[in-house]
Design a protein around this ligand. Sequence first.
Ligand code: ACO
Length: 334
Amino acid sequence: MSSNKIRASITGVHGYVPNYILSNSELEKLVDTSDEWIVTRTGIKERRILKGDMKGTSIIGTKCVEGLLEKTGTSANDIDLIICATVTPDMFFPSTANLIANNVGANNSYGFDLSAACSGFLYALATGSQFIESGAHKKVIVIGADKMSSIIDYTERKNCVLFGDGGGAVLLEPSKDNTGIQDYILKSDGSGGDMLCLKAGGSLRPASIKTIENKEHYIYQEGSSVFKFAVTNMANVSEEIMLKNNLTSNDISYLVPHQANKRIIDATANRMGVGPEKVLLNIEKYGNTTAGTIPLCFWDFEKKFKKGDNLVLAAFGGGFTWGSLYLKWSYNTK
Ligand code: ACO
């Protein structure tokens, strides 16, 4: 089917994870945990860590964009806009998107960061698509990247097993062949904000000796409560986007889920009626890279995708924020 509507197509993807592998067995030496507990409760076997001083999320984003420009044969000067979804910006300001633009020489672009925790990439993809569909821009880069190790307490077992560092980037360009982003549903509910947050360092609780002593610069999560919200809402919104677009499970080529916990992903896939062969998983290698998980899945599984494939993306994260996005893949990988 063709239509005259300009859609935003993903025309290239690239990802980056740091070399250092933090395995479950290494975590067993740091905190009271076990490989067996981590694998059965979450599905994670190892995660990547960006080691070294003065290395922020912009390093991850820069590597992603450099690779993306090279792969797609795009000149940095032709980029109109860079959106970086992250909850671990290098600094509050300037934005990490600005830093990345400078690093890659995207001198004709503007950029901004977007904060929606684990749903950040979905929010940013939907946002970036508006600038393409409206005709305002021809080349938009959307990045999802986080250095979660910068806000993790490696003496406390609850969170340190879950998160890792990494990210990915996509190039959005106009398409008139009806491939690209078809629809999205984004939601948020601030009443869940206290259950998953970074308590200090913002204007509410500026950094002080007290906030450091209270360990309030590390991620805070009420895991089992968040789990219940995540299971219900990620499954609900994925079913909702299928119904809204008259998609049956047979129509769906792949579910591309946020990788927080394999049990949450399984529940979403079950509700959608899609079998494991259609569910993209890399949680065992990278853990939860927050805004990075979905573009890292694109990067890992790009060769599987064929032009016209129907992909449903789904995420849930801090805020609470959640959503799903339906897109038709736009190219075949050689
Ligand atoms: N190793 C061993 N035992 C552990 C560990 C660990 N790493 N962590 C917790 N436990 C223990 C707990 O202390 C508890 O013991 P107790 O019963 O003696 O008190 C027991 O395991 C069960 O703890 P729960 O928290 O109930 O475990 P649960 O099965 O819920 O799994 C988890 C915890 C993995 C965090 C899960 O709740 C989860 O995945 N939550 C959702 C995460 C998520 O989706 N977050 C949103 C995205 S993140 C973002 O937006 C930045």
